[in-house]
Design a protein. Structure first.
Length: 695
């Protein structure tokens, strides 16, 4: 027996060994294959000068055209030049998860290593690094949270803030934090700071860092012909579709990149492309549409970066993430309708709806530039040329128009008490700071002295979630329904869970009935999640491909968006870990959904709406002067049911109507009972003039 076992283990050792060998051969082959491309990049010719600049200057601004090699090459140059002494890391921040994942994969390939070894990434709900990681890509939000537990970011010798021109709230806050970290480090463990940007305006960064040295890297950009429409199209999606097929049928080979504003538009156009293709003669059908947006699971994002099969043309339907932060090879044509969705925070209501707005000139230039990366290209702007000249020169930084409560919570956790005196690159308005402080105080993250509360505020700052969701988890732990709230938060964070093709409206509604809970959408989402649990458990024996195929079929049957559900499941397991580490009490309320709805009322008290006599809803805010009239969105299970009082999670604005999504019925008395006393006082005072109009 013993000899058989030993034989077996020798066999398996041999097998493992040869598997490992095969894997490292493959990695090496890939590295070799990519080497000539690396050498051909514009940045390769200035490797030595750049390394010297970094040795000489503690802070360096690098500006260069997109695609020149800043993001992928500079960290490798610095690693090879010995910037990772004493096991320290080079950290590179990206404004989106998609960019961090994509670029780290590429760099791991170029270095001939397995992702997660020397090269890795860390994003909100995923950590692919190990003790041997030296080049670490991450989101700016991730590095900010890391600074809370390690205020001098002592593991890093170099931090590169990439895509700084995007000016997300996190980038702006991070710049201020890094400035302080750099000052606080002693001479022997200096922090090298590099700010990289695709826009030509390095002045603002240089001035902010006390006249820091800025270097420009010559890009490699082929000419791009720009075409405009004669008139503004009435429906730009339709115009995009027509342009797309014109290119496909009339222009020479080359992939197409279409800039749309969000997931819904992308999925809509993707469906139309597929339908239209079926009507074409067979030899014209060689076109594949591939979506690319930030909430798409990473496996599916890969499709956008892989070449289409020989003879096929690829059309990538992307959000603005394809503007600068990711490089998609093969693009020759760009279609730009000229819009992007951005968050617009309304300090009066505390809501932050996503609104489609015209892009800036800088964005339009970035977009057209994507067509000329590898050879001359064409860009089709779906608006007249005079409209281009009317666009703003550059995009307003997010800090001027976004909700700051998460950023302020992080700053408080980092020990910055007086937010108004924090050294921001551009100051947010006093009003938005005050409103965010007010909101965090109502959520219990800050005490009356506006200092971070312990443990609630500290716990909230550790969770990579918007404060209102972190609060809901903490509350649920108190009210014994954390299991249900965790599912809810994961489902709400994953994006819209259902898809409803216009032509199959009734079919979709009937299919979903099985999950519906008449009390509301939050409970319905829990049912969907649990049904998926059951489905996956029953099929745990299947092979991975088979499993995935069955899962997709199951989702399709119920008109569930399989990407969103997969993502919700990933997020769930990640937050589960975080919540467990925090020691929150994990319990389920079982069938007692009454208890869970009370918890929703206790958590989302800043998002309560009350029915009025005309059947519309009034959204109660903490400032009575700013109430909004809203309606329940048709996608909600409460649509047409009109309960007296509801909590909701999202406001969607279309033309002149305001819809609330993800709604659940609560009892009005709960919200007055469970909301914080200072909010209750406002409501009680406030309900008098109009409460008689309700019901
Ligand atoms: O940061 P920057 O825009 O300057 O360039 P980069 O992201 O480092 O990309 C340099 C080049 O690497 C691109 O022009 C692409 O040819 C290639 N690349 C790629 O093929 N796939 C990626 N995921 C990233 C980069
Ligand atoms: Mg880059």
């Amino acid at each position: 027996m013993a000899s058989v076992r030993s034989n077996n283990s020798t066999e398996s050792l041999k097998r493992n060994f040869s598997d490992d060998n095969r894997e490292s051969d493959a990695l090496f082959a890939k590295k070799q294959k990519l080497a000539p491309h690396r050498k051909s990049l514009p940045i390769a010719t200035v490797e030595n000068q750049l390394v010297q600049e970094v040795w000489k200057h503690d802070t360096l601004i690098i500006v260069g055209e997109t695609g020149g090699g800043k993001t992928t090459q500079l960290p490798q140059f610095l690693y090879n030049a010995g910037f990772c002494g004493n096991g320290r890391l080079i950290g590179i921040t990206q404004p989106s998860c998609v960019a961090a994942v994509n670029v780290s994969k590429r760099v791991a390939e170029e270095c001939g290593v397995k992702l997660g070894e020397t090269v890795g990434y860390s994003i909100r709900f995923e950590n692919v690094t190990s003790s041997s990681t030296r080049i670490k890509y991450m989101t700016d939000g991730f590095l900010l949270r890391e600074a809370i537990s390690d205020p001098s970011l002592s593991r890093y010798s170099v931090i590169i803030v990439d895509e700084a021109h995007e000016r997300t709230v996190e980038t702006d806050v991070l710049l201020g934090v890094l400035k302080n970290v750099q000052r606080s480090r002693s001479e022997s463990v200096k922090l090298k700071l590099i700010i990289m940007s695709a826009s030509l305006d390095a002045r603002i960064f240089s001035e902010y860092f006390g006249g820091a040295r800025a270097v420009h890297i010559q890009g490699r950009q082929f000419p791009v012909d720009k075409f405009y429409t004669y008139h503004l199209p009435k429906a730009y999606l339709h115009a995009s579709l027509i342009t797309l097929f014109q290119i496909h049928l009339e222009e020479e080979a080359g992939d197409i990149l279409v800039f749309l504003t969000g997931k819904e538009e992308i999925e809509f156009v993707e469906r139309l492309v597929k339908e239209k293709l079926k009507q074409l003669p067979e030899n014209s059908q060689k076109l594949v549409a591939v979506p690319l947006f930030s909430s798409l699971p990473s496996e599916q994002q890969t499709q956008a970066f892989t070449p289409a099969c020989p003879g096929f043309r690829k059309v990538i339907l992307a959000t603005k993430i394809a503007e600068t932060s990711v490089t998609i090879p093969g693009i020759k044509y760009v279609i730009d309708p000229g819009f992007a969705k951005v968050h617009f925070y309304n300090p009066n209501t505390g809501l932050e709806p996503l609104i489609a707005v015209p892009i800036s000139k800088a964005q339009a230039l970035q977009r057209s530039g994507r067509a000329g990366r590898e050879r001359p290209g064409k860009c089709f702007r779906l608006y007249p040329e005079n409209e281009f000249w009317k666009l703003e020169d550059s995009t307003k930084p997010d800090i001027k128009r976004c909700d700051l409560s998460n950023a302020i919570l992080q700053l408080k956790a980092l020990g910055v008490h007086d937010i108004t005196r924090f050294d921001f690159i551009e100051k947010p308005t006093g009003e938005s700071i005050i409103k965010s402080l007010e909101q965090l105080t109502l959520l219990g993250a800050l005490g009356d002295d506006r200092k971070l509360s312990d443990p609630v505020g500290r716990q909230m700052a550790r969770l990579p979630l918007p404060p209102i969701y972190s609060k809901a988890l903490i509350k649920a732990s108190e009210l014994n329904c954390l299991e249900e709230m965790l599912i809810t938060v994961a489902m709400l964070s994953a994006g819209s869970m259902f898809f409803t093709p216009r032509e199959k409206l009734d079919e979709a509604r009937t299919a979903r009935k099985r999950f519906e809970n008449p009390e509301g959408d939050h409970l319905t989402l829990i049912n969907v999640y649990r049904a998926s649990d059951q489905f996956l458990e029953n099929r745990s024996g299947l092979s991975r491909e088979n499993h995935e195929e069955k899962f997709q079929k199951w989702c399709k049957k119920y008109f569930i968006d399989s990407c969103s559900l997969r993502r919700a499941r990933e997020i769930h397991s990640q937050i589960h870990e975080g919540v467990e580490q925090m020691g929150l009490s994990f319990a389920s309320c079982g069938d007692n959904m009454f208890q869970f709805r009370r918890c929703l009322a206790a958590s989302f008290f800043l998002k309560v709406a009350l029915k009025q006599s005309d059947g519309q809803y009034r959204f109660l805010t903490y400032d009575p002067a700013n109430e909004l009239v809203v309606q329940i969105h048709p996608s909600s299970v409460l649509f047409g049911k009109k309960p007296e009082c509801i909590v909701f999670n999202e406001l969607v604005e279309t033309n002149d109507q305001k819809f609330i999504c993800n709604t659940t019925r609560i009892d009005y008395s709960w919200s007055t009972e469970l909301a914080p006393p200072r909010l209750k006082k406002v409501w009680e005072r406030h309900k008098l003039p109009w409460i008689s109009n309700c019901r």
